[in-house]
Design a protein around this ligand. Structure first.
Ligand SMILES: Cc1cc2nc3c(=O)[nH]c(=O)nc-3n(C[C@H](O)[C@H](O)[C@H](O)COP(=O)(O)O)c2cc1C
Length: 325
């Protein structure tokens, strides 16, 4: 079995974490399934109010007695939701994307005061140092291959850069990782585990419409684009990121015409909401990473955790030792 510092720090069996995908991309059954399989499930709290977070945490607890995390996008976190999350006493609070001038230390301190560990996601070395300086227990090095909002550096380079920059703080590698090869590679780069988003979007417990899950399965990984189009449509100003999503009709239509999209924002958003509901994979943003090319089936989230752990173990214990003469 693969055992790293992160397993001890978070009280988990496998160093595999579900990315806390907010905006309705994670739900309690998905979180519990990952935690029950020995990984760390994370609920994305962005878009949920305090009552909903309290209910979700209770639902997770009724389905597992294992640790789980609650995730916040710091630039958009309101006190009512965050306070309710702290009240639920999660094992881990997971943070990402503060504004450039935002003080993140109070969020770290309040998590620690509530007995929680803190993970902090960074897409650059400077951002990783910021999280480390604020007292985060784990830094997530998020490479630009990943789905949703990402920075500019690929995981293969960013992970060891951040490992060196924040040592001895342990690092989770994220972005472009969807199988045991990715976990084995991340460990070789100096990370102590991995955090996955896209792979779990194509799970039985994912709240996505089945058409979206099948679009991930069908993707060869070459069909994504970085754009501001999903954010312009929702009127969100994201601090320092574009968003990676499938290059569908919606993205093709507005690429290069962002000014016009801003002009028609309400109408475009209404179309997206309707398309999402109808499972129309061409007219709603499909936030997935390049690792969609590595995903060929929708599977139970627990099986995904177990398969990645056992495949990585096999690579580390059988294939790689045989290469050393
Ligand atoms: C649809 C979607 C929504 C996301 N929302 C969040 C979020 O609310 N908070 C966060 O910390 N990360 C969020 N992420 C990023 C993931 O936590 C993770 O870093 C990323 O998915 C890793 O790359 P991968 O998709 O290749 O696994 C999101 C990712 C996706 C695909």
């Amino acid at each position: 079995m693969i055992h790293t510092a992160i397993c001890d720090l978070l009280g988990i069996e496998h160093p595999i974490v579900l990315g806390g995908m907010g905006g309705g991309y994670t739900q309690s059954s998905m979180v519990a399934a990952v935690s029950n399989a020995g990984g760390l499930g994370t609920l994305g709290c962005h878009g949920r109010d305090g009552d909903q977070i309290a209910k979700d945490a209770a639902d997770i607890r009724s389905a597992t007695n294992q640790p789980f995390a609650l995730n916040f996008l710091l630039f958009a976190t309101d006190e009512e939701a965050f306070g309710a999350a702290i009240e639920t006493r999660p094992a881990v609070l997971s943070y990402a994307w503060p504004k450039g001038d935002q003080d993140i230390q109070p969020y770290v301190r309040r998590a620690h005061d509530a007995g929680a560990r803190v993970t902090y996601m960074a897409g650059s070395v400077a951002e990783a140092r910021r999280g480390a300086d604020a007292g985060a227990d784990i830094i997530v090095a998020q490479g630009s291959e990943g789905g949703g909002h990402v920075s500019w550096m690929a995981s293969l380079v960013l992970t060891p850069l951040i490992v060196d920059a924040v040592a001895p703080i342990p690092v989770l590698a994220a972005g472009g990782i969807a199988d045991g090869r990715g976990l084995a590679a991340a460990l070789a780069l100096g990370a102590d585990g991995v955090l996955l988003g896209t792979r779990f979007l194509a799970s039985d417990e994912s709240p996505l419409h089945d058409n979206f899950k099948q679009a991930i399965v069908a993707s060869d990984g070459h069909d994504t684009a970085l754009s501001e189009i999903p954010d312009l449509a929702t009127g969100t100003v994201w601090p320092g990121a574009m968003s990676r999503s499938g290059r569908n009709r919606l993205i093709e239509r507005w690429s290069g015409r962002e000014w016009e999209l801003r002009q028609n924002q309400a109408e475009v958003l209404a179309g997206i909401v309707a398309a999402r509901r109808a499972g129309d994979i061409e007219e709603a943003p499909l936030s997935y990473g390049q690792d969609a090319g590595l995903i060929d089936a929708v599977s139970p989230a627990g099986d995904i955790v177990r398969q990645i752990a056992s495949d990585a173990e096999q690579i580390l214990s059988e294939r790689l030792p045989g290469l050393v003469q």
